[in-house]
Design a protein around this ligand. Structure first.
Ligand code: KG4
Ligand code: ZN
Length: 334
């Protein structure tokens, strides 16, 4: 089979990323320009600013990715891009850039689902065995996805309110950490010697859905209670309590899904997959259950374009291309 090269673009939120991937799995470059420093002072991502930043950096990042990969633009066989879901203004910048490149180079355009990207990041580090259960945990998403076969996704559970990363970021703010606070809460929880036991939100017994807003409120209520009593809230014990509750529920449901659907593999993905406590618990539960676990390295867990190339590769191999009038979609089904 002939070698082929995909150039992928990801701009769904606050990372401008371009990757060049050979034969669907060999990452030649994966350039990520984060806007975190810009958004930090606002305590979260400001959509309008995100779009403008993408416009400013897009061509620079494309050039950098191509240079780093050591390929010529003329050697690129197709352009992949995150079509959705995400911030519409941010997505549009990537989609317009991708269409322009596809048109100029006269190669196919492949619109890709952001979550399929997070899931197929795992394909860059190992072989996926089906059926598989993917636990997608990021700042914008919390889903349990059943992969019955390659590219065949079925969402069996999702959050009904906050995404896990979003809950981490909100709790982090209450604990006075800067945005994005997930890693800070994680660190504090690891160091804690005490734990404030907080509720677990299991929802209906057979449900794979999640809810984290009650847990977040429980943390805020504990802080207020301490202050009313004139005491200093124990932030590390709260961070630990929050983290333990999240990990219990998220891993508990993922393992139950793996058993129910006879999964031959578990895939962890999304920015929160960087959480050490989560990785460790899921590893030991998977080992107990005899289900092999794949977790991409952090750089492939947070938003990046290499994962978009990995997901686009499924479509490339089937010749499923998008037309040049493809639209970015803020909400998009998997
Ligand atoms: O996947 P991602 O880069 O962006 C989205 O698509 O949302 O995920 C970012 C999220 C943020 O909410 C961040 O606080 C969280 O992942 N995060 C963590 C950790 N590292 C990043 N949450 C908990 N523990 C961590 N170690
Ligand atoms: Zn993401």
């Amino acid at each position: 089979d002939k070698d082929y090269v995909l150039l992928a673009i990801e701009t769904s939120c606050d990372e401008t990323s371009v990757a060049v991937v050979r034969n669907g799995r060999e990452v030649l470059s994966n350039v990520i320009s984060s806007q975190i420093e810009t958004h930090k002072k606002f305590g979260g991502v400001v959509p309008e600013i995100a779009s403008r930043k993408h416009v400013e950096t897009m061509t620079i990042i494309i050039e950098e990715a191509v240079r780093e990969a050591g390929v010529n633009l003329a050697e690129v066989d197709a352009i992949a891009v995150t079509q959705g879901p995400g911030l519409i203004g941010a997505l549009l910048v990537g989609v317009v850039a991708a269409k322009s490149l596809a048109m100029a180079l006269d190669v196919p355009l492949i619109g890709t689902h952001h979550i399929a990207g997070h899931i197929y990041a795992n394909h860059l580090i190992g072989d996926i065995v089906y059926p598989a259960i993917a636990l997608v945990v990021s700042g914008g998403h919390t889903e349990i996805v059943l992969l019955e076969a390659e590219g065949k996704f079925r969402i069996i559970g999702r959050t009904r309110d906050d995404a896990v990363g979003e809950a981490y970021d909100k709790v982090a703010r209450a604990l006075k950490f800067p945005y994005p606070g997930g890693p800070h809460v994680d660190k504090l929880a690891q160091e804690a010697t005490e734990e404030v036991v907080l509720p677990r939100s299991w929802l209906e017994p057979d449900s794979y859905d999640f809810s984290f807003s009650g847990l977040k409120s429980a943390v805020l209520a504990e802080i207020n209670r301490s202050r009313m009593k004139g005491e200093t809230p124990d932030f590390s014990a709260l961070a630990r309590g929050f983290q333990q509750s999240v990990i219990d529920v998220v891993t508990g449901k993922a393992i139950r899904a793996a058993k129910e659907f006879g999964a031959r593999q578990m895939l962890l993905c999304g920015g929160v997959a960087a959480n050490r406590g989560l990785r460790e618990r899921l590893s030991s539960l998977c080992e107990e259950a005899g289900v092999p676990l794949l977790i991409p390295p952090n750089k492939l867990c947070t938003d990046n374009a290499a994962m978009i190339a990995a997901a686009a590769d499924l479509k490339w191999r089937r010749g499923q291309f998008s037309s040049l009038d493809m639209k970015a979609e803020a909400i998009m089904s998997l």
